[in-house]
Design a protein around this ligand. Structure first.
Ligand SMILES: Nc1ncnc2c1ncn2[C@@H]1O[C@H](COP(=O)(O)OP(=O)(O)OP(=O)(O)O)[C@@H](O)[C@H]1O
Length: 549
C-alpha cells in the first residue's frame, strides 16, 4: 500500500524541456523559428504502438540550430513567405523547422502561407477571403504539407497532434476540388465517427464556403429521408459530411449515390478502421465507383497495424507526421493522481471543486451508467454540470454541446463519445475520472484541452486496480516530454493480453456513490424510474415538435 501512496505524488510536466513541441500545432509564424527536432525515431521503451525503428524520412536534413532560434520578429509575416521554394535544400530545412516528416515519392512542396494557395495552386479568392474572415492567418504545419499533397490528388496518411488543425487541412483540399459548379451530386465525402464531430466539420465547412454556391450536406435521418423523396435534391449537393452508419444505411436504401465521389476523407481514421466500423468503411469504399478516387486518412494517433491495413486500399500514398508520433502536445500539463480505492476519486474531485478550479472542465468516465452516477453526485455541488452520452436524444446532445460552448455549463461529464475530434475552445481542464482503456484513448481524451496553442491541464485518477495499466499513460507522458519519476518508468508495460483485455472491456468498478451500497442501489432504482419517465416525456415532446413542423 505504501508503494501506491508514493504514486499520489503524481508526475509533473516539465515545460522547459520540451517547449519546442508547441510548434507542431501553432500557426506558421509561431513555429517559424523553433529549434530543430531532436527525436526522429521512437525509442524502444516508448514504442507503445510498435513503431520502433522507423527510418528517418528522406526530406529531413539537418539545419543548424543557430539559424532556427526564435525572436520577437517570428510573429511578423516575412516578405518571402509567399515566394516559391528555390531549392530542395530549402524545402528540407523548412520541413525540419516545422517538425514535418514526409514519406513518399514525388511529394509536392509545402505551402508557406495561405496566399500561396491562390498564387501557386489556383485556389479561388473566396477561400482566402473566408480564411481571413474566420481568423486563419497562417497555416499550421499539417496544413502546410497535407493541403498540397491532397490537391495533387495523392492518397494521404496524415498524423498530427490533437488540436493542430487537421480539419482545415482536409477541408481546404476539398474546396479546391469542388469549386466548379458541376452539379453532379456528391463529389467529396467526409466520414467521421460521431454525429457531434460530423456537425462540427459541417459548420466549419459552412464558414469556409460563405458567399459561394458550394452545397454541403450533413447527412441526418431527416436529410436522408428528404433526398429519398426527391432524388433531384441529391444532384444539388457537392460535399457530404456523415457518420459511417448513417451513410451505409443511405447507400443500402438508395438514398445516397457515391458514383461521382472523387475524394474520400476518413477523419479519426484509426478509429474508423477498428472492428466496429471497418465493415461500414468497406461498404462506403465499394460504393465510391468513380475512377481515380483519392483517399485521405487523418488522425492524431495511427497505430502501425492500422497504417498497414490502410495502405492496402491506397495507391502510392504520401505519409505525413507532424511532431513525434502518438504523443500529446506540450501545451498540456499532465498529471497522474493516486486515489487509493474507487471512492477516493469522488473525495479528490470534491476537494478540487471546493478548492476552486478554472472551468470549463471535461470529465471522462468509462460508461453511460457511470456518467449518470457522477452527474447525480455533482448536481448538488453548486456547479453547472451536465452529462452527455449516447442515451441522450440528439436534441439533448446538441443543446448540451451548445451550452458548453457558450460557457453556460462549467463541467461536462462525458463518455468516450466526446473523446475524439470535438473542438471546444478554451477547455482548461480534462479529468480522466476513470483510467483510459488504451493509449489512444488517453491521447484523444486529454487532447480536448491544449488546442491551437492554448494551454491546458489533464489529471488522470488511478486506483490500485489500475496500477497494472499505469505504464500505458506513463509512456505517453514520457514521450510527450513530462518528467516522470524514475520508478514509474521502471513499471512493467502491460502484456499484450492485458492490453487486449483492457481494450475489449473497461475495468469492473464500484458504483460512483457517497452513500452505502444498499441505499445506493435503492436510489439508483428510483433514479432509473424517474429517468425513464423523463425520457418518455422528451420523446413525446420531440415527436409533437416534428408533427407540428
Ligand atoms: N491555421 C490556423 N490558424 C489558427 N487556428 C487554427 C488554424 N487551423 C485550425 N485552427 C483552430 O485550431 C483548433 C483545432 O483544430 P482542429 O479541430 O482541426 O484540430 P485537429 O487537429 O483536428 O484535432 P483532433 O485531433 O482533436 O481532431 C480549431 O479551433 C481551429 O479553428
Amino acid at each position: 500500500m505504501d508503494f501506491f501512496k508514493i504514486l499520489g505524488a503524481g508526475a509533473k510536466f516539465n515545460k522547459e524541456r520540451f517547449k519546442e513541441d508547441i510548434s507542431v500545432f501553432r500557426p506558421a509564424q509561431d513555429a517559424e523559428h523553433q529549434p530543430a527536432p531532436v527525436v526522429d525515431t521512437v525509442p524502444k521503451e516508448l514504442d507503445f504502438f510498435g513503431d520502433h525503428g522507423r527510418k528517418k524520412p528522406a526530406q529531413a536534413s539537418a539545419v543548424p540550430a543557430s539559424q532556427l532560434s526564435g525572436s520577437a520578429s517570428q510573429f511578423i509575416a516575412k516578405e518571402d513567405d509567399h515566394a516559391p521554394f528555390k531549392s530542395e535544400a530549402e524545402v528540407a530545412a523548412f520541413l525540419k523547422r516545422h517538425r514535418i516528416k514526409v514519406w513518399g515519392t514525388d511529394v509536392p512542396h509545402p505551402i508557406k502561407s495561405f496566399e500561396m494557395l491562390c498564387k501557386e495552386h489556383g485556389f479561388q479568392p473566396f477561400v482566402l477571403r473566408n480564411l481571413t474572415k474566420f481568423g486563419f492567418a497562417q497555416p499550421t504545419p499539417i496544413q502546410m504539407q497535407a493541403v498540397p499533397v491532397a490537391i495533387h490528388r495523392r492518397d494521404l496518411i496524415a498524423n498530427a497532434p490533437t488540436g493542430s488543425g487537421k480539419t482545415l487541412a482536409f477541408l481546404l483540399s476539398i474546396l479546391h476540388q469542388v469549386h466548379s459548379e458541376e452539379k453532379q451530386g456528391f463529389r467529396a465525402v467526409v466520414v467521421s465517427p460521431t454525429r457531434e464531430l460530423a456537425t462540427q466539420i459541417y459548420n466549419h465547412l459552412q464558414n469556409l464556403t460563405t458567399g459561394r454556391r458550394v452545397r454541403v450536406c450533413l447527412m441526418t435521418k431527416a436529410s436522408a429521408a428528404q433526398q429519398a423523396q426527391d432524388p433531384a435534391l441529391r444532384q444539388k449537393f457537392d460535399i457530404l459530411v456523415t457518420t459511417p452508419l448513417r451513410l451505409v444505411h443511405a447507400i443500402q436504401s438508395g438514398e445516397a449515390d457515391l458514383a461521382h465521389v472523387r475524394t474520400l476523407v476518413l477523419d479519426e481514421a484509426d478509429n474508423l478502421m477498428e472492428a466496429g466500423f471497418l465493415e461500414q468503411v468497406d461498404e462506403i469504399l465499394a460504393a465510391c465507383t468513380a475512377p481515380g478516387l483519392q483517399i485521405s486518412l487523418f488522425s492524431a494517433t495511427m497505430p502501425s497495424n492500422v497504417e498497414q491495413m490502410a495502405k492496402t486500399i491506397m495507391k502510392d500514398p504520401v505519409r505525413i507526421i507532424v511532431g513525434t508520433q502518438n504523443t500529446v502536445t506540450e501545451a498540456i500539463d499532465q498529471k497522474l493522481v493516486f486515489v487509493g480505492q474507487e471512492e477516493g476519486k469522488l473525495i479528490e474531485l470534491r476537494n478540487m471543486i471546493a478548492g476552486g478550479f478554472k472551468p470549463p472542465c471535461l470529465i471522462f468516465v468509462q460508461s453511460i451508467e457511470r456518467a449518470k452516477e457522477l452527474f447525480h453526485e455533482l448536481v448538488y455541488e453548486g456547479i453547472n454540470v451536465e452529462a452527455i452520452h449516447s442515451e441522450r436524444t440528439q436534441v439533448q446532445r446538441n443543446r448540451i454541446v451548445q451550452k458548453f460552448r457558450s460557457g453556460e455549463l462549467w463541467v461536462l461529464i462525458c463518455t468516450e463519445l466526446m473523446a475524439r475530434g470535438i473542438d471546444f475552445k478554451g477547455v482548461n481542464l480534462v479529468i480522466n475520472y476513470d483510467f483510459p482503456q488504451t493509449a489512444q484513448s488517453y491521447i484523444h481524451r486529454i487532447g480536448r484541452t491544449g488546442r491551437a496553442g492554448r494551454p491546458g491541464k489533464a489529471i488522470t485518477y488511478f486506483t490500485k486496480d489500475d496500477a497494472p495499466h499505469l505504464k500505458t499513460v506513463v509512456n505517453v507522458m514520457r514521450a510527450s516530454g513530462c518528467d516522470v519519476p524514475e520508478w514509474m518508468l521502471k513499471l512493467r508495460n502491460p502484456s499484450k493480453r492485458d492490453k487486449k483485455k483492457a481494450k475489449r472491456a473497461p475495468a469492473a468498478r464500484d458504483a460512483i456513490s457517497t452513500v452505502p451500497a444498499y441505499d445506493a442501489k435503492r436510489q439508483k432504482h428510483k433514479r432509473q424510474i424517474v429517468e425513464q419517465s423523463k425520457a418518455k416525456k422528451q420523446r413525446l415532446a420531440e415527436a409533437q415538435d416534428a408533427a407540428d413542423h
